[in-house]
Design a protein around this ligand. Structure first.
Ligand SMILES: Nc1nc2c(c(=O)[nH]1)N[C@H]1C(S)=C(S)[C@@H](COP(=O)(O)OP(=O)(O)OC[C@H]3O[C@@H](n4cnc5c(=O)[nH]c(N)nc54)[C@H](O)[C@@H]3O)O[C@H]1N2
Ligand SMILES: Nc1nc2c(c(=O)[nH]1)N[C@H]1C(S)=C(S)[C@@H](COP(=O)(O)OP(=O)(O)OC[C@H]3O[C@@H](n4cnc5c(=O)[nH]c(N)nc54)[C@H](O)[C@@H]3O)O[C@H]1N2
Ligand code: SF4
Ligand SMILES: [Mo]
Length: 763
């Protein structure tokens, strides 16, 4: 502890407290909640909420409260470990030193660089943990590879929403205005409480996604905001909503068009705003004219009166605001749903007004840096980025920093390259994973990915715990320092609409572990020293901050939370466009109700509804399959105690969610003879999984909901069991390669299924 460290307080009894913001590991999105960590003898003895944090004001989820259980868990990986390639699937890990681990990576990378070339090193990334800010840099600026990959079919998380926002809005990531930019928050005289909040396919109370502090919704409900919730489940917020649009999963685009239909046909839209700032109104109005609430009600199983009521309430109560969630991304028709969601907000003129939706410059300095590292890939290597062999997904190729996951799987699955016209560059040799446990969580059809990744000669992961994917496939694993064991910066929304920057300060010295940034700097210095001049993380963070501010990392630590400046009505003031002109950063300079960008990539300029590919009403599916698998399965609603596949070994959290749950309506359960707590198989033509029945009238009798990312750390880890990875894995039932025209969106939340009672988890 140094004298000038204001974020550290000595309590005088051998303990001290550190004020810091939390990100990962263990996994989390960049909410940057404020914590006070009490430390004794370099050990965390308590973690509590920091009441002085302007956003979170002392509130914490159980995951942060249980952080000490993660830190001192006996199963935590605390040294680098390697294993012979022929031993994959076996628990024959050998502890090695960091020097040996770095030497091994360096020698493998140099070998693959020379034959067949840097493109043969693939990196695989997970959702927005801290490493998200740096994973593209690893791939591009360390390995010199263009193949920055994910295993998430259709990139079905956040990327679709960001791309839609870039194309149609040209203004960062649109966010509910919860006064997050103001130090006096809701009391700031510039602020107004939204009258209605439209919450679409999102359950932020449990998920706090992408930097949005979900509990802010409760703050606003207490201040009078009413809710309109679009969700097939009666969630906690849906139960408190004025209007709950309990749609059939995957039919969001139709509901959104019906809401626009009412807003336009009843003349409820903001004419001034639309005339001045929107492009393509007439064409858009014509397009939604056929989507009456009656028609959408029939397609989507919703009472038309609810659609009328919600549209009128939202449009006639200014200011109102809206939140869009993962359900938009997890549909092949999701781009159209997202397009129309933004149109609803634009038609009502709620963009960048107090109590509306906050906008930001399209890419702030932090958002840009990681993608700009693509320029450090040599032209020869850049030419060897995987592409769709049938020439599709040009939109993804233009917008995404690496190949589409579905394209990556295609290339890895090819048995030999000889039947391909353009020989794919001599194949792939190595993969490096950060923040992903692909076989348990991200991958649709995970057995296909297991086989595909097994072809690579050298797989490396950096993680906190052993997991099924590492056990099945890796040859080297590097142990990570947790959030309170390393330094970092929290960038809510990954820099796209960051209301603050948070300092992550080290509260305790780590064991033999390192942070993602420490590992990155060491590998960078060894492999491409000309690009990596920084000796320490602090130097690196300060250099990043200096691209936008005069102050550096130590200053941020002093402040703990640095709220950013904010102005409303930026589009009127020329603050959204690089040329300084009023308007939006789109080709027309306006919000594009009719897109001028999508047609360039073969997508329609106006929204449309497409029946989900794998639904009981799809024309793509045989009648016999529809008869056998009559239910609609939706997946992945978050539990507050677990972040994706993590936390299953943390006993206080596991107690809150001990088994994978399938939610079933009581009528459906009784038809199948299923009782609360019974083991139930969920099955479709692609696969099956087994979960425990949770019988509640919160879903339609034709719908079931399954949790995702289940595995059992307490079970045998060696193959073939792999900690029970495939027993309760709902992604066994999710298809690959059913993505949208743009490449974005995949059916993680809408497939057919049947359910039946079984005797046990093994049943
Ligand atoms: N505790 C916790 N927090 C998390 C995560 C976690 O695993 N655990 N994961 C993080 C990640 S990566 C993400 S992307 C975010 C996601 O967080 P959110 O964006 O909040 O999304 P989900 O929680 O997946 O789902 C939200 C709601 O969508 C509903 N839904 C299901 N199908 C449909 C549909 O077809 N249409 C509509 N309109 N709604 C539907 C579900 O019933 C659910 O209530 O959460 C992040 N935060
Ligand atoms: N059926 C279904 N499947 C889904 C979803 C769904 O809703 N339904 N949601 C999807 C979504 S939105 C997403 S984003 C994916 C998420 O998928 P992933 O992001 O791949 O999540 P995990 O599988 O939990 O893998 C994360 C791994 O990273 C480690 N880790 C934690 N923190 C850090 C860190 O700071 N650095 C590094 N290097 N590692 C860390 C964890 O210990 C864990 O082993 O899952 C998808 N899968
Ligand atoms: S959202 Fe919850 S788990 Fe994440 S940092 Fe905040 S309190 Fe911790
Ligand atoms: Mo996600």
């Amino acid at each position: 502890m140094e004298e000038n460290e204001s974020w550290v307080v000595d309590l005088g009894d051998g303990t001290h407290q550190v004020r810091t913001c939390v990100w990962s590991p263990p996994g989390d999105h960049p909410v940057g909640c404020g914590v006070i960590v009490t430390v004794k003898d370099n050990k965390v003895v308590k973690i509590e909420g920091d009441p002085s944090h302007p956003i979170t004001q002392g509130r914490l989820c159980p995951r942060c409260i249980a952080m000490d259980e993660v830190l001192y868990h006996p199963d935590r990986i605390v040294h680098p470990m390697k294993r012979a390639r022929e031993d994959r699937g076996k628990d024959t890990w050998e502890t090695i030193s960091w020097d040996e681990a770095f030497d091994l990576i360096e020698s493998k990378v140099r070998e693959y660089w020379s034959d067949p070339g840097p493109h043969s090193i693939l990196t695989f990334t997970g959702t927005g943990r801290e490493i998200t800010m740096y994973s593209a840099a690893y791939c591009h600026a360390i390995f010199n590879s263009p193949n920055y990959c994910m295993v998430l079919s259709g990139g079905a998380c956040y990327g679709p929403r960001c791309t839609i926002a870039n194309f149609q809005l040209g203004a960062g990531y649109p966010e509910l205005d919860y006064a997050a930019y103001f130090s006096d928050r809701y009391d700031d005289p510039r602020y107004e409480v939204p009258k209605y909040i439209l919450v679409w396919g999102k359950n932020p109370i449990y998920s706090s996604p992408d930097g949005f502090f979900g509990h802010a919704l409760v703050d606003l409900m207490k201040r009078g905001s009413k809710l309109i919730v679009v969700d097939p489940q009666l969630t906690w917020i849906a139960a408190r909503a004025e209007y709950h649009i309990d749609l059939r999963p995957g039919t969001d685009a139709a509901i959104a068009m019906a809401l626009c239909n009412v807003i336009i046909s009843e003349g409820l839209y903001n004419r001034d705003f639309v005339e001045k700032w929107c492009y393509g109104f007439d064409a858009f109005a014509e397009c939604v004219a056929e989507w009456t609430p009656e028609r959408a009600g029939e397609v989507c199983w919703v009472d038309p009166e609810t659609i009328y009521g919600a549209a009128r309430a939202f449009a006639t109560n200014s200011p109102s605001s809206a939140l869009w969630g993962l359900a938009i991304d997890t549909e092949t028709n999701g781009v159209q749903a997202g397009h129309t969601f933004l149109a609803i907000c634009a038609l009502c003129g709620y963009m960048d007004i107090p109590g509306g939706i906050t906008l930001a410059k399209p890419a702030s300095f932090t958002g840009k840096w990681r993608y700009e590292t693509v320029n450090s890939v040599t032209p020869e290597s850049r030419a060897k980025r995987m592409y769709d062999l049938d020439g599709r997904y040009k939109c993804w190729d233009a917008a995404g920093p690496g190949p589409l996951p579905d394209v990556t799987l295609d290339w890895l699955e090819m048995e030999d390259w000889s039947n391909v016209e353009e020989p794919p560059f001599g194949g792939f040799r190595m993969s490096y994973w950060f923040g992903t446990n692909p076989l348990s969580c991200m991958a649709a059809s995970p057995k296909r990915w297991e086989k595909a990744l097994a072809k690579l000669e050298f797989n490396v992961s950096q993680d906190v715990f052993m997991n099924p994917s590492i056990m099945a496939l890796c040859d080297l694993v590097l142990p990570l320092s947790c959030s309170v064991e390393h330094e970092g910066i929290v960038f809510p929304h990954f820099g796209r609409n960051s209301h603050f920057l948070g300092a992550m300060s080290k509260a305790v010295e780590p064991q033999d572990t390192k942070s993602d940034v420490e590992i990155m700097l060491e590998l960078g210095r060894r492999l491409r020293p000309e690009l990596w001049p920084w000796e320490t993380p602090e130097e690196f963070f300060t250099a990043q901050l200096h691209t936008a501010y005069e102050w550096g990392f130590k200053d941020l630590q002093q402040e703990v939370v640095h709220q950013q400046e904010f102005e409303y009505y930026k589009y009127e003031k020329g603050l959204l466009r690089n040329d300084g002109k009023p308007g939006f950063d789109t080709p027309t300079g306006l919000i594009e109700l009719k897109s001028s960008v999508y047609p360039v990539f073969g997508e329609q300029a106006l929204p449309y509804f497409e029946e989900p590919y794998f639904s009981p009403y799809s024309e793509q599916i045989d009648q016999s399959e529809k008869d056998e698998y009559p239910l609609v399965l939706t997946t992945g609603g978050r539990h507050i105690a677990m972040f994706h596949s993590e936390h299953r070994q943390i006993s206080s959290l596991r107690k809150l969610n001990p088994w994978p749950l399938v939610t079933i309506h009581p009528d459906t359960a009784s038809k199948e003879g299923i009782e609360e707590g019974d083991w139930v198989a969920i099955e479709n033509p692609l696969g099956r999984c087994v979960m425990k029945a949770c019988i509640r009238p919160v879903v339609d009798p034709r719908v079931v909901h399954c949790q995702h990312a289940w595995w059992y750390p307490e079970q045998e880890g060696e193959a073939p069991n792999l900690f029970g990875n495939y027993k309760s894995n709902v992604n066994n039932l999710i298809p690959h390669k059913k993505v949208g025209v743009t490449g974005y969106g995949a059916p993680y939340k809408t497939v057919i299924c049947k359910i039946y009672k079984v005797d046990s988890l093994e049943g």
